[in-house]
Design a binder for this molecule. Structure first.
Ligand SMILES: Nc1nc2c(ncn2[C@@H]2O[C@H](COP(=O)(O)OP(=O)(O)OP(=O)(O)O)[C@@H](O)[C@H]2O)c(=O)[nH]1
Ligand SMILES: [Mg+2]
Length: 255
């Protein structure tokens, strides 16, 4: 079954991407194994049109598998929808809220030229707490886990971790499921603007240590703030490496 649009009753016109708030410098890129060309490819990809495809409330409603998909998973309220908005530079594409449990369906967005997307972005309902009945939360969690386990077009899952809280038991459970299903995933810290600058590096190290035993985890952890824009260009660059290069239409300029 297909659900409602993410901004129903009315979906506003997509906004143009916001200008970069914090362009990463060369040294910080090299530390992350990236080069300026990756950043440019990421900027190019996420400047493409992005449209809401469908909201899905059960497995029968999933769109047919086609181009590469990237899903955003994590505990309720960690900032999944805000990160989709920050990446695409459109503040109202995915609905966000202070109340855990805002996203109640799998929302699919097509990034790229309409009809020939370079990448599908999937904003998932959160796992863990929500102001809903236990049965409702259990049903969302089951749907999310079934989707994550069975979707062969899924190129990578971005597992979001709140920088203030670090890894929790249900994060490890999700990562174990992804390890078992051999689905590649990458951990991204969110809300780093809520930490003191001196707290970011120790938190990153602790999370890197925590994911070491997870076999399908990408070793690079990216620290982001959807509010301040930190880490967004780096994450775009990582994701651009997974998109359909022909559909991106991006060619690195001659150096
Ligand atoms: N300070 C700060 N707040 C953030 C950031 N990202 C998200 N938030 C806030 O955190 C709250 C939850 O954000 P959402 O993007 O709705 O979180 P979600 O993971 O999609 O939540 P569910 O759909 O309920 O699972 C909202 O109030 C956001 O404004 C960030 O980088 N910094
Ligand atoms: Mg959400």
């Amino acid at each position: 079954m297909t659900g409602k649009g993410p901004n129903t009753p009315e979906s506003p016109e997509p906004e143009r991407p916001a200008p970069e708030k914090s362009a990463p410098d060369k040294a910080s890129l090299e530390g992350k194994g990236l080069i300026a060309g990756d950043i440019e490819a990421g900027r190019w990809l996420f400047a493409q049109p992005c449209e809401f495809l469908r909201g899905v409330v059960d497995l029968d409603g999933l769109p047919p598998m086609g181009g590469p998909e990237i899903a955003f998973a994590g505990r309720s309220n960690v900032g999944k929808s805000s990160l989709v908005n920050a990446l695409t530079g459109r503040s109202t594409l995915a609905r966000t809220s202070n109340t855990p449990g805002r996203t109640q369906q799998l929302n699919f967005f097509a990034l790229g030229q309409p009809g020939n997307p370079a990448l599908i972005l999937v904003d998932l309902p959160g796992y863990g707490y929500a102001r809903e009945t236990k049965a409702t939360v259990a049903a969302w969690t089951r749907l999310v886990m079934d989707y994550l386990r069975g979707r062969t077009s899924l190129r990578r899952v971005i597992v979001l971790i709140d920088a203030r809280h670090g890894l929790k038991e249900n994060d490890h459970e999700t990562m174990k499921l992804l390890d078992t299903a051999a689905v590649s995933y990458q951990v991204v810290l969110t809300k780093i603007d809520k930490l003191k600058p001196s707290e970011v590096a120790p938190r990153l190290e602790e999370v890197r240590e925590g994911i070491r035993r997870h076999v399908a985890a990408h070793p690079t952890v990216i620290a982001t703030s959807s509010v301040k824009g930190e880490g967004i260009a780096e994450l775009r660059a990582e994701i651009a490496g997974l998109a359909d290069p022909q559909a991106i239409g991006y060619k690195a300029r001659e150096q």
